[in-house]
Ligand binder design. Structure first.
Ligand code: UD1
Length: 339
């Protein structure tokens, strides 16, 4: 019997890639999303890519009755929980919405899983929990802090899951701290499709290259980094998706819970990304240097050694490949899923 995974936020950017990776690894998937930040078109694309009709339920994970009904209809063995809001600026403006949705959804899903005896749980955390890094690379035991409500919801989410594991050893949880997910499936059929103006670097660069936006604003070139622009650990979304599969396998194969970084261990600057994207796309990426973005850190990259040791997983794709795959997605779908 194939184990069945409840995948929340299933039609989002990282989750849709994880859906394919889970199926390729032999898991059955029950996807849940309310399309508040994703498109139903994703399901059609997944069907083409996987050759099977997606099992999908449209629901908001804060709706306890809806989640209960889904678990009554589908017997699941584990959950990979993506459903959450993720915009830092918006979280500062609307803290109640962020706490209600991100923590309310987590609590509702965990309570329902508990009632149904499914206690293996993978949580989308973020490198944002390291706040202002004191030392690089970032190891999992580095100091934790949050500078905005979004980051707080990730810190609190991790704490809730640790408390659950302490209360009941049958709960096995994996907190995955993502660095900067970019790229797209190699088919170019699914990828990142932000609503409105992208907050993150790679989708913005891709929209400049495809002609949707005139130029990139580079937020600061006076950081203590080799070229003065911010340095991040960009990780291909397909590598990240496979990290979820590795984490889930570990929960099935070994007792206990864990928290692990999913990054490459390499730092790239904003100007490195601009140059790599211009090369991959064959298009110019005009940019203008502006002041620093409030809340940004100078540099942030992972120590990925725990993931390698614990999960036998490490990232395979380099920045050139991340840009090639982002470009394929962007150029095949210039207006995203509505193209
Ligand atoms: C951001 C969030 C982080 C969240 C992550 C999720 C902030 C401060 N941090 O991470 O909490 O977990 O997204 O995706 O929002 N940049 C530009 N021009 C742009 C956009 C970005 O120069 O138009 C620069 C930034 O200053 C930074 C780098 O590009 O140096 C990466 O930025 P971004 O993609 O937004 O990721 P993070 O800030 O690392």
């Amino acid at each position: 019997m194939k184990p069945t995974v409840l995948l929340t936020g299933a039609t989002g950017y990282i989750a849709s890639h994880t859906w394919l990776a889970l199926q390729a690894a032999g898991f059955s998937v029950v996807g849940v999303d309310d399309f508040s930040n994703s498109s139903p078109e994703v399901l059609k694309r997944l069907q083409v890519l996987s050759g099977q009709a997606p099992v999908f339920e449209q629901a908001n994970v804060c709706d306890a009755a809806a989640v209960e009904a889904i678990l009554a209809r589908h017997k699941v063995d584990a959950c990979v929980h993506f459903a959450a809001f993720k915009a830092v600026g918006e979280s500062t403006a609307q803290p109640l919405a962020y706490y209600a949705n991100n923590l309310g959804g987590l609590l509702t899903v965990c309570a329902a899983l508990q009632r149904h005896g499914a206690r293996r749980f993978v949580f989308s955390s973020s490198a944002t929990v390291y706040g202002q890094p004191e030392r690089l690379p970032l190891h999992e035991d580095a100091a934790l802090s949050a500078t905005n409500p979004y980051g707080q919801t990730k810190l609190m989410g991790e704490q809730i899951l640790r408390d659950l594991g302490h209360a009941d050893a049958a709960w096995q949880t994996a907190c995955l701290r993502y660095f900067n997910p970019v790229g797209a499936h190699e088919s170019g059929r699914i990828g990142e499709d932000p609503r409105g103006t992208p907050n993150n670097l790679m989708p913005y660069v891709a929209q400049v290259a495809v002609g949707r936006r005139p130029e990139l604003s580079v937020y600061g070139n006076d950081y203590p980094t080799p070229d003065g622009t911010g340095v991040r650990d960009y990780i291909h979304v397909v590598d990240l998706a496979e990290g979820h599969v590795a984490a889930l396998r570990r929960l099935f194969d070994s007792p206990g819970s864990f928290t692990v970084n999913l990054g490459t261990g390499n730092g790239c600057s904003v100007l490195d990304v601009v140059a790599a994207f211009a090369k991959a796309s064959g298009r110019p990426v005009p940019y203008r240097i502006l002041g620093r973005r409030p809340g940004d850190v100078a540099a942030c990259w992972a120590d990925p050694s725990l993931a390698r040791a614990l999960l036998g997983w490490s990232a395979r794709h380099d920045l050139a490949r991340m840009c090639e795959d982002s470009w394929r997605w962007q150029s095949m779908n210039p207006q995203g899923f509505t193209s």
